[in-house]
Design a protein around this ligand. Sequence first.
Ligand SMILES: [Zn+2]
Length: 135
Amino acid sequence: MRKSYGGGCHCGAVRFEATVDISAGTGKCNCSVCAKPRLWTVDVRPDAFRLIAGEAELIDYQFNSKVAHHLFCRNCGVHAFEWVDVPKLTGEKYFNVNVACLDGVDIDELMAAPVTYYDGRNDAWERAPAEARHL
Ligand SMILES: [Zn+2]
């Protein structure tokens, strides 16, 4: 069921609202920038994401193809969300929200939801990696 969540970084400078159906599924990726913080995300459409506070506190880290904006809070370092601009793949910008940064997620709902694993390390987001237990 779609629900609206508040969310943000650790220090509270960055705050947002996201409307999303956790039960529809979450994602984990083995690429270099997702694997290090063991990022666990949920996709949020642009019209379902609203930054409330902290735009000036966000640092936009980009690398490689630079289609993804890996934002983090300059105060506490927490990576609460990122946005991706890959119109060739999805047709539109979308947000990856860090599930751990959403307030009040129902753990039973989260555990019951399917997890899609992405082999980003091999630029193969359409398939799961051979090993995903560590993600
Ligand atoms: Zn912060």
